[in-house]
Ligand binder design. Structure first.
Ligand code: TZP
Ligand code: MG
Length: 229
């Protein structure tokens, strides 16, 4: 049986650094976010060693799996395999998509970070389930940002996918997304043929003192057209 369709609408990307997570507990914050309506979670952790990554991934999976929320691992296909989670998210400098697909199999969810039309086309052609499009707005959360592409850049990528008959690939945008801008950016980046499937968020959820309420609020904003639409 084919795996169920994935809901990308509120895509939580974790961050365990003190600047964002503070002294909160990673698993507790993700649990609250899932209760509040996060639809998919990416465990992103650039600091922990492999054993810790596998441990944390398993703990996070105990929270996401019963809620039918897919858990993906950033960068590390080996960790995804060991923890038995639903997929991975790879950047342009990580394991290539075809290699990840070979290791994880056809049902795994595989996403790729993209910043340009060329990167988006390549990821879609190579069989990405979704692409992360960014960086949309300036953000402190990520080092080495290539370029800020704004809603126009997102729209150019959506248009290019459709023009190349790759409109089936799912899309989320990332970078400085929050409750104040998500509705507008979803709306303004849309083309007549294709719109974003969701927003990917780190700090607006992970740094919040109430991840559940933040997620509930974002989920309802995302589901509602902006007042000026
Ligand atoms: N990729 C592009 S921007 C970004 C990543 C992982 C970080 C987004 O974090 P925030 O806090 O939602 O701006
Ligand atoms: Mg990466």
């Amino acid at each position: 049986m084919a795996p169920p369709p994935v809901d990308y609408s509120l895509y939580l990307v974790t961050d365990s650094t003190p600047a964002i997570l503070g002294d909160k507990d990673l698993v507790a914050v993700v649990k609250a976010a899932v209760e509040g309506g996060a639809t998919i979670v990416q465990y992103r952790d650039k600091k922990s060693d492999t054993a810790q990554l596998v441990h944390n991934a398993r703990e996070l999976h105990k929270v996401t799996k019963p809620a039918n929320v897919p858990l993906l691992i950033n960068d590390r296909v080996d960790v995804a395999l060991r923890a038995g989670v639903e997929g991975v998210h790879v950047g342009q400098d990580d394991m290539d998509l075809k290699g990840a697909r070979e290791l994880l199999g056809p049902d795994a969810i595989i996403g790729v970070s993209t910043n340009t039309e060329e990167e988006a086309l390549r990821a879609a052609r190579d069989g990405a389930d979704y692409i992360g499009i960014g960086t949309v707005n300036a953000t402190q959360t990520k080092d080495n940002i290539k370029s800020i592409i704004d809603t126009r850049g997102v729209q150019r990528i959506l248009t290019t996918l459709v023009e190349n008959k790759l409109g089936h690939v799912k899309t989320v945008c990332i970078g400085g997304m929050n409750a104040a801008n998500s509705q507008r950016i979803l709306y303004q980046s849309a083309t007549p043929e294709k719109q974003l499937d969701g927003v990917a968020i780190v700090s607006a959820i992970m740094a919040s003192t109430d991840a559940r309420a933040a997620s509930e609020n974002l989920r309802s904003l995302i589901a509602t057209p902006p007042p000026f639409a």
